[in-house]
Design a protein around this ligand. Structure first.
Ligand code: SF4
Length: 223
């Protein structure tokens, strides 16, 4: 489904923040420019992993642009070892899930039982937050709560930059709280376009579980 054919209040798939930004900016010149550039860049990416890498590069460059232009960068609350947002229901595109699956295959060990149990929530946020807090931790976190796939982390892990007190990022009680996030408009617009163009999208555990099973069945067929 092409974004440029949509006119009214459209409900695009994808993360809430990106959808909100899309609805605000969809008629603007800025959106057209950002979308056009992204679509041109991914046009020749035949492999999912390459597509995801281009997506990440584009998002990251827009995020860096905002961060580097800040007069008071110390207002950013995100710190190494703070992993509160890694306990929320993180969304990914199918292509990003395939990139993560590739990382798992190349040696990033994950707890497959934990992943399988997280994947049972599918894309349902209510079911996700009914899970015990500890069980919700992303399978890519290490024992020090650092991301083990940092350079290939999903786009939403890049755009979620907290300005409000980190206590609002905590979901150990099963609830997401209103937060103040850094405005990353261009990056959010890229996310909106990417989710619309992606083969499919959903919650990270669900998508990664599927991607790993798909790779396994391809290997089986080759043997
Ligand atoms: S991929 Fe990395 S940054 Fe994203 S939720 Fe998982 S551990 Fe956190």
């Amino acid at each position: 489904m092409g974004l440029f054919t949509q006119t009214d209040e459209v409900s695009i798939r994808g993360p809430i923040i990106a959808r909100e930004t899309f609805n605000k900016f969809k008629d603007s010149q800025l959106f057209k420019e950002v979308a056009k550039k992204f679509l041109k860049n991914v046009k020749n990416a035949t492999r999912a992993q390459k597509w995801a890498k281009i997506f990440h590069k584009e998002v990251q460059s827009h995020v860096n642009e905002v961060v580097e232009s800040l007069d008071h960068p110390e207002l950013i609350q995100c710190r190494k070892g703070c992993s509160a947002c890694c306990y929320t229901q993180v969304s990914v595109t199918e292509e990003e899930a395939e990139l993560l699956a590739q990382r798992v295959e190349s040696g990033v060990n994950i707890d497959r039982t934990k992943l399988y149990s997280q994947a049972q929530a599918k894309n349902n946020a209510e079911k996700w937050y009914q899970m015990d807090h500890k069980k919700r931790g992303c399978v890519f976190l290490d024992e020090n709560e650092n991301c083990r796939v940092y350079e290939d982390r999903p786009a939403v892990c890049r755009t979620n930059i907290a300005l409000s007190d980190p206590k609002f990022c905590d979901t150990s009680d099963g609830y997401e709280k209103p937060q103040r996030l850094l405005l990353t408009v261009k990056a959010d617009l890229v996310v909106a376009v990417a989710y619309e163009e992606a083969r499919s999208a959903g919650a990270l555990p669900n998508m990664l579980d599927k991607a790993l099973k798909k790779r396994l069945s391809i290997l089986d067929r080759r043997l």
